[in-house]
Design a protein around this ligand. Structure first.
Ligand SMILES: CC(C)(COP(=O)(O)OP(=O)(O)OC[C@H]1O[C@@H](n2cnc3c(N)ncnc32)[C@H](O)[C@@H]1OP(=O)(O)O)[C@@H](O)C(=O)NCCC(=O)NCCS
Length: 241
């Protein structure tokens, strides 16, 4: 494992779609950017190291391959209102899986040879949406939750590139995108035996003990989101302005 280099991401001017596509310099000579069509296969393979059966949803993989993934998010970086408008257009004109792919954020870290060495997949909060539906929320309201809540579905760095701050930088950049788009909550879960509590805490997430959950009451949802008995939830609410 390489020597750990701590690099604080400079968060200043608002992000643009161009910047997200072009990327930023990351730790250890990497570039962090929105996943491109040619990154889909390597990023998907890397995702498999993040947990049992962790992979891109097939429709998301297709969207990355055809360049349409995150399209509502890219349009929405102009303003929160632009995001609501772009997503509303996607939600009313596209099949549901394509609409959801338009609000999924996949970032990759590439090395000097332009090979993928890290991936972060942020997706719509499928479990929360399904639970909301069971609590009587109509389909439109369930879909709209994907504009306020995102799940860190997978985060992985190639073994030879670990310990250099790449995953932390991917998390920080993803957080910056979601914050600009007006998200209220980011969450995810990891297998308890991976012992990643300190890692997520360093990135500003609260981590829960295995099997514990948290209330979604502050978003008007009358239920808890809970991990499996052998999983730990990590979560971050948007800081209040
Ligand atoms: C977890 C993971 C993404 C971290 O990537 P990374 O680029 O090495 O992370 P960073 O360099 O930003 O941070 C490294 C820190 O993560 C922590 N960490 C990483 N893996 C860990 C593990 N298995 N157990 C405990 N701590 C771990 C350490 O605290 C390490 O700090 P150190 O360098 O001071 O020792 C990477 O180890 C990985 O891909 N693991 C396999 C997939 C996985 O478990 N993904 C998370 C599930 S959601």
């Amino acid at each position: 494992m390489g020597k750990r280099v701590t690099r604080k991401v400079q968060v200043s001017a608002p992000l643009t779609a161009e910047r997200l596509r072009a990327g930023w310099q990351g730790p250890a000579g990497t570039r962090l950017l929105l996943a491109r069509p040619q990154d889909a296969g390597a990023a998907d393979a890397l995702m498999g190291t993040a947990g049992d059966q962790v992979a891109f949803d097939p429709s998301l993989r297709t969207a990355i391959e055809d360049g349409s993934a995150a399209s509502s998010m890219l349009a929405g970086l102009a303003s929160e209102a632009a995001y609501r408008e772009a997503a509303a257009r996607s939600f009313t004109s596209l099949p549901t899986d394509e609409a959801l792919a338009s609000v999924c954020l996949t970032l990759v870290a590439t090395d000097a040879r332009d090979q993928v060495v890290g991936v972060l997949s942020g997706t719509a909060p499928g479990t929360v949406m399904a639970m909301a539906a069971r609590h009587g929320h109509n389909p439109q309201r369930c879909l709209a939750l994907s504009l306020f809540i995102a799940k860190v579905h997978g985060l992985a760095v190639a073994e030879h590139a670990r310990g250099q701050g790449i995953a932390s930088a991917l998390l920080e950049r993803a957080g910056q995108v979601y914050e600009q788009l007006g998200y209220r909550l980011l969450y995810g879960a990891y297998e308890a035996d991976r012992d990643l509590g300190a890692f997520y805490a360093r990135s500003g997430y609260t981590t829960l003990v295995p099997g514990a959950g948290f209330s979604l009451g502050r978003l008007g949802l009358p239920f808890m989101l809970r991990a499996g008995a052998d999983e730990c939830v990590f979560l971050r609410w948007r800081p209040r302005p």
